[in-house]
Design a protein. Structure first.
Length: 597
């Protein structure tokens, strides 16, 4: 083998690994929402978890990536250890798909129809289509589709290049002796584990083994132990990713290692016994690309069948390896391992943002109550919720900024922008809660008391604000278009109500039934509540933006923000009239009150 063959081999290996990474990343971006749906089904039962792991790994072409994501989910508290075990089992089967795809390069036939199935026949066409989609199309989904085709073409070209580079080794005695040594099951498994741990991909190491098998020097007896060892080597990625995580996340990584070590040990013993006692002829024959793919699948399926009934035992084993401590651990709500999959990272952000929104809304409701009925116990609760809101806002914004540095689709980029806006609005709502609490404490300290009429009007205003808080939260949390539209109508009513209540207070001041101190607090309270309404409207607008391309409603909604005179949509008008009759004391409607929900 000349130096030029070695250089060609290095080039082919580089293209092969690059193509595999490119293909996996593009597939993951293209199937982002489907990936979320698959992972959402993992909680139903153990078979669903198994199929989820299989499906996700088949999509992203990497069991290591799936396991890293699982570790991230467990670390963030989104998945239990038992659920993680089932997904990991499925991931080991899903990773065998790559070997079947690569086995197509071994097709050898003079039949034109069969020859067309060989990648060297159709890969150039796929590459041409891929580069056209990637360079010409402006739509992110088409670009990702083009990247998938280019990744596949690069992967196959690298495979063909490697096979061609090592073809001259078939007549090299030293090379043949090397694989004869690997027929020792222990040495073969060790070699497979080391190679896979270095390149951190069992799919890639199986592909390299398939390329070497094209020389004819790799026997089935040498290939099978190497395949078994590859499953142990692929655990290195998950183990490295578990460093610095909580106990359950480390246990999930150890489940991956234990599963593969136990499965390999048992089947390696079975293989050794069969080889020694029965001496099957096929073990001395040269391994083919298809044969390696079959062996890879059979081994992983047998491991899963062997360990699937022992999920509980495996869970107890890793819990003993990583025992519980007396101090309860906190979950890392935003795990950076999930940044590898932007769609899943955004879903995680949404969950934490939902929690932040709940804290801000609860804090504001409690603070509004403190104005009329100050409670010493509510004050520390409000401060705690505001502090938690600020902490979550800082964590989410930092996480989203890190996510922007990844390769995200146009839709994901738009979602990141919307989440950043919503973050700011709920942060301000929490600050307004603290401000209202300060005003209530000032009223208590200075013994400022509102009149009976002012209290009734304040309750009317806070009732409207509480409803708009609920509507805007539902619009975001449930992605509810109807609630978002109602928020816009109520926002207009609250703006009008603020002006009306401020006028009423001026009248009370003129009549001498209200103090200057109460006037100052009243005006500030109304301003704060109106600003809360503004932030609620902003949150709902972010929801309305998601319907922009489908519903085309922005032109009308923009008019709705301006004044009552611009209301032209009948459904919106009905909602507006309902809220006006409910909260506006000066609203006179000639129509019968229309019930909305």
């Amino acid at each position: 083998m000349s130096i030029f063959n070695v250089l060609t081999l290095i080039g082919g290996l580089s293209l092969f690994l690059f193509g595999m990474a490119l293909l996996g990343q593009a597939l993951e971006r293209r199937a982002g929402t489907k990936l979320k749906e698959l992972l959402g089904r993992m909680t139903t039962n153990k078979f669903a978890g198994l199929l989820t792991g299989l499906g996700v790994t088949a999509i992203i072409q990497s069991s290591s990536a799936t396991t890293v994501m699982v570790v991230g989910f467990v670390n963030s508290g989104l998945m239990t250890l038992r659920q993680a075990i089932n997904v990991i089992f499925g991931a080991n089967i899903g990773t065998t798909v790559t070997a079947w795809i690569l086995s197509l390069t071994g097709i050898d036939s003079k039949n034109i129809v069969v020859s067309l199935l060989k990648p060297s026949s159709f890969t150039p066409i796929l590459a041409l289509i891929g580069i056209c989609l990637y360079m010409v199309s402006k739509e992110s989904k088409r670009k990702d589709t083009g990247m998938i085709l280019l990744g596949f073409a690069t992967l196959m070209f690298g495979m063909e290049t490697m096979s061609g580079a090592v073809s001259s080794l078939r007549n090299v005695p030293a090379f043949q002796q090397l694989f004869i040594a690997f027929e020792n099951p222990v040495l073969g498994a060790l070699a497979g584990a080391v190679l896979t741990a270095i390149i951190q991909s069992s799919s890639a190491s199986v592909g390299i083994l398939q390329a070497l098998s094209s020389t004819g020097a790799v026997t089935c007896g040498a290939a099978i132990p190497i395949i078994m060892g590859q499953n142990i080597g692929t655990c290195a990625t998950a183990l490295l990713s578990s460093v610095g995580t909580n106990k359950n996340a480390r246990r999930a990584a150890l489940v991956h290692l234990s599963f593969n070590v136990i499965g390999t040990a048992v089947l390696l013993i079975v293989f050794y016994v069969v080889k020694t006692v029965f001496e099957p002829i096929f073990l001395t024959q040269s391994a083919s690309l298809l044969g390696i793919a079959i062996a890879h699948s059979v081994f992983n399926i047998l491991c899963t069948i062997l360990m699937f009934p022992c999920v509980g035992i495996l869970e107890k084993l890793v819990c003993k390896m990583v025992p519980d401590s007396q101090n309860p651990e906190k979950f890392n709500e935003l795990d950076e391992r999930l940044l590898l999959s932007p769609s899943l990272a955004l879903e995680q952000c949404r969950r934490v943002l939902d929690k932040m929104a709940c804290n801000a809304v609860d804090a504001l409701k409690k603070s509004m109550d403190c104005v009329i009925r100050y409670d010493n116990q509510s004050a520390p609760e409000i401060h705690t919720k505001v502090s938690e809101t600020n902490r979550l806002e800082d964590s989410i914004s930092t996480y989203l900024l890190k996510l922007t540095s990844k390769q995200v689709s146009e839709k994901e980029s738009a979602t990141i922008t919307e989440y950043m806006k919503i973050l700011g609005d709920y942060k301000h709502i929490a600050r307004h809660a603290e401000h209202i609490l300060t005003l209530s404490e000032e009223m208590k300290e200075k013994k400022i008391v509102f009149t009976g009429q002012a209290i009734a009007q304040y309750r009317k205003m806070t009732s409207a604000v509480e409803e708009i808080l609920n509507l805007s939260y539902n619009s975001f949390s449930k992605n509810d278009y109807t609630s978002a539209r109602k928020t816009e109508a109520l926002h207009l009513i609250i703006n009008q109500l603020r002006d009306i209540l401020r006028t009423y207070h001026f009248i009370r001041l003129q009549k001498g039934i209200c103090s200057i101190g109460a006037m100052s607090v009243w005006a500030e309270l109304l301003l704060i509540l109106q600003r809360v309404s503004d932030h609620c409207s902003n949150v709902s607008w972010c929801v309305l933006n998601t319907f922009d391309n489908i519903m085309k409603i922005h032109g009308k909604q923009r008019l709705f923000r301006d004044s009552e005179e611009n209301i032209s949509d009948e459904n919106y008008k009905q909602v507006y009239e309902y809220f006006a009759e409910k909260y506006d004391p000066e609203y006179q409607s000639s129509k019968t009150k229309i019930q909305v929900l």
